[in-house]
Ligand binder design. Structure first.
Ligand SMILES: Cc1ncc(COP(=O)(O)O)c(C=O)c1O
Length: 400
């Protein structure tokens, strides 16, 4: 086995999902509302996720982006609203805000890849935004006690984009359960790989039932979701637009065995990350984020800061890509990475005051660690990485 044989495309573990998918197929039904006398697989997944994270309600939909959109709509975000978001996140996040007709207000990030709470306080005052859509980008958490305090003090509604943070905890509490709504992604490169999919969790019955209807629950289908707070559900029936972003039963059948197995997956994924970082830390120019004991991380990707000059960093990226290590680099010129706010040309307001975001990402490399990786894959990746690193570093004038 060599680096060229490593498969970076997320691979489904058939031994885990096979029997659940077969069972779903045997039902010959794909649509969640076809299950009138029994629970659909989507219902079962929703129950499993709400039990795992400790929320009263969960709603499965077609993607995390759509789940964010529904949560924002359910909370009244519209063309008069401003929504604070960290300036380092995936392009789908400001897009969901725009889909509501609202204005995203970008907040600086720190060296630890999380929202800068001092800038958050400044932007709350200067923008008069009413909402914070807190994206836990790449699963990194800010000080959750502090952010909740800031939001409470300023009457800011907190929604968590925990697309990458299912299983990440702060003092034992699951990311996605600190605000009024939390969102997880089941897209292939997340800790649960269902191809596509998103789950909205909340303890708020109004947010839940509004989201149920808007997700595409029409007529009496809402009764197939939950018997909790049906009086509230009835209030919204026929009063909301329907966006049809439901989850397919097969998607849920793929995800259910994975949520049951999630702690094992997290253990293996974190082991892979720890092994990779241990190898790469042998080079003093490579830095990984310091572990914060308040946080139980889930490392389905690695972010590392590399202290070489920019030329060398560009060379390092392209040489790693050439040997089949598809690493991204957030700095440099002509960078079209969808996670950089400079590339969100669809934003109307281009005058962002963000003194640190670009700088804090300028030396950062980003590598996915798909959940199917095994320890031996990490050995090969790390050794090949270090060979390329040493070669690039050895080239004249490369060390800054
Ligand atoms: C931080 C973050 N939020 C939201 C999303 C959107 O997730 P989905 O692809 O399920 O819509 C992603 C996708 O990778 C993401 O990284």
């Amino acid at each position: 086995m060599s680096i060229s044989n490593i498969s970076w495309e997320a691979q489904l573990d058939l031994t885990i999902v096979n029997s659940s998918v077969q069972e779903a197929l045997k039902s010959k039904k794909l649509f969640r509302y076809q299950f009138k006398d029994s629970s659909s697989f989507v219902n079962i997944l929703e129950k499993a996720i709400s039990e795992y994270v400790g929320s009263d309600f969960a709603l499965g939909v077609s993607s995390a982006t759509n789940a964010i959109f529904l949560a924002l709509k359910a909370l009244g975000v519209d063309s008069n609203s401003k929504v604070l978001i960290p300036a380092f996140t995936f392009t789908a996040v400001p897009s969901a805000v725009i889909q509501c007709g609202a204005e995203p207000v970008l907040v600086d990030i720190t060296e630890s890849y999380v929202i800068d709470l001092e800038d958050l306080k400044r932007k709350i005052l200067s923008s008069k935004a009413q909402y914070l859509l807190l994206s836990h980008m790449r699963g990194h958490l800010c000080d959750m006690d502090e952010v909740v305090k800031i939001c409470e003090k300023s009457s800011i509604v907190l929604i968590e984009d925990a697309a990458h943070a299912l299983g990440v905890t702060w003092k034992g509490k699951q990311a996605g359960t600190f605000g009024i709504a939390g969102i997880y992604s089941l897209q292939s490169y997340k800790i649960i790989n269902a191809g596509e999919g998103g789950v909205l969790v909340t303890n708020n019955p109004d947010v839940f039932w509004k989201s149920v209807f808007m997700s595409g629950s029409y007529e009496n289908n809402y009764k197939l979701h939950s018997s909790k707070n049906n009086d509230i559900a009835k209030r919204y029936k026929n009063h909301l637009p329907v966006f049809n972003v439901r989850m397919n039963n097969i998607t849920a059948a793929i995800a259910i065995p994975q949520i049951k197995n999630i702690e094992t997956t997290i253990h293996n994924t974190n082991k892979n990350y720890n092994k990779l970082s241990k190898y790469l830390l042998e080079r003093k120019e490579i830095e990984f984020p310091k572990e914060n004991l308040t946080i139980r991380s889930v490392r389905d990707s690695a972010q590392m800061r590399i202290k070489l000059n920019q030329n060398s960093l560009e060379n390092l990226k392209s040489e790693l890509n050439d040997i089949n290590i598809p690493i991204s680099y957030f700095g440099g010129l002509n960078n079209s990475n969808a996670r950089l706010y400079q590339n969100w040309a669809f934003l109307e307001n281009k005058n962002h005051i963000l003194p640190n975001t670009k700088k804090n990402l300028s030396e950062v490399f980003d590598l996915r660690l798909p959940i199917h990786f095994q320890s031996k894959d990490i050995d090969i990746i790390a050794k090949s990485f270090l060979q390329v690193f040493d070669k690039v570093k050895g080239q004249k004038n490369s060390f800054s």
